[in-house]
Design a protein around this ligand. Sequence first.
Ligand code: PLP
Length: 407
Amino acid sequence: MLTSNSGHVALELERAHTARNYAPLPVVVAEAGGAWVTDTAGCRYFDCLAGYSALNFGHRHPALVRAATEQLARVTLTSRAFHHDQLGAFCHELAELTGTEAVLPMNTGAEAVESALKIARKWGYEVKGVPENQATIVVADGNFHGRTTSIISFSGDKDATTGFGPYTPGFRSVPFGDAAALASAVDATTVAVLIEPIQGEAGVIVPPDGYLTDVRAVCDADNVLFLADEIQSGLARTGRTFACDHEGVRPDLMLLGKALGGGIVPVSAVVGSWAVMGVLQPGQHGSTFGGNPLAAAVARAVIALLRDGAPQRRAHDLGEHMARRLRPLVGRGVTAVRTRGLWAGVDIDPAVATGRQVCASLLRRGVLAKETHGATIRLAPPLVADPNDLNWAIEQLAAVLCEGDVR
Ligand SMILES: *Cc1c(COP(=O)(O)O)cnc(C)c1O
């Protein structure tokens, strides 16, 4: 760890010139492939964060690198002022994967969320008939939808909000997993409900069974759009293509990002029916890079990987395996484990260590993981991980917790 000179130089330059909005663990990655990364000193680490699930298919997946390389040799950017030969195919294939009609291509997750909020408001005024500037959107406590000014306006995280006001009005927050609370927050001004089907940053919080079905019913009863933020939960992570699939629920707008770019380029999208998406007319929304040829080509290769269901099955099978091995840790330095597919939230007993301390110890043992909200460690390795490597990583966690190896 950081024994190489190039690692020290990289750190010094960051310290001098990189805005301090992150507090990274002390490892300087130089190379990666599959589920493993190598630092500047040549030490290897098993990646249990996978770029917050942007790397569901692993680092440098051959099919994705091939798609990117081929597109790099053709055309990478046109802007949306002109057509290009990848966009229609990308939107068609994503519409097919999601069982919807229309796709709005953007770049980052936060942009997809912002876009969906704008579409929902416009739909509210033009289709539902909400009086101008009165639209409300109901969200869930503990949400994470990104870092833009409007999105943090409905965040409950003090670090995310303090010092960044004034906030965008028009949002109401209710407890996550409580459909009755959600129903009582909806009124005639409500145009949308925005939730993560599983809250990722909050610590892989899985709502009670039936919650998504109930949210759908509330939205149907009150003519409100159901916006599902599947940016972290979608694209095979939970063992199904989308987390909403676990309840067979179809949102009105689904927001995708992270893994859609294959860990190579930022690609996000809002998908839905023409009845909703159709409110956007030329000039009313846009993005210079949204839907660019390189992004579209990589995303098409991602969609192709998902088409036969293999990554979804692998997430499910590896996830069962992971859950079986994590459960015995409860009571041994761990207070709770939540899993859905290859996605786990592991709550560390505060009497034993903080999440950060455990992550620092894991790093020394060759496992990359990141705490969230102090006491929770999220385990979300690439879906291409080898089961033996996953076992080994969990053994490292057990050793850190049980052998008092936390420093
Ligand atoms: C990461 C994330 C976002 C924001 O994505 P960015 O690409 O970082 O802007 C939004 N929603 C959820 C659920 C996320 O996990």
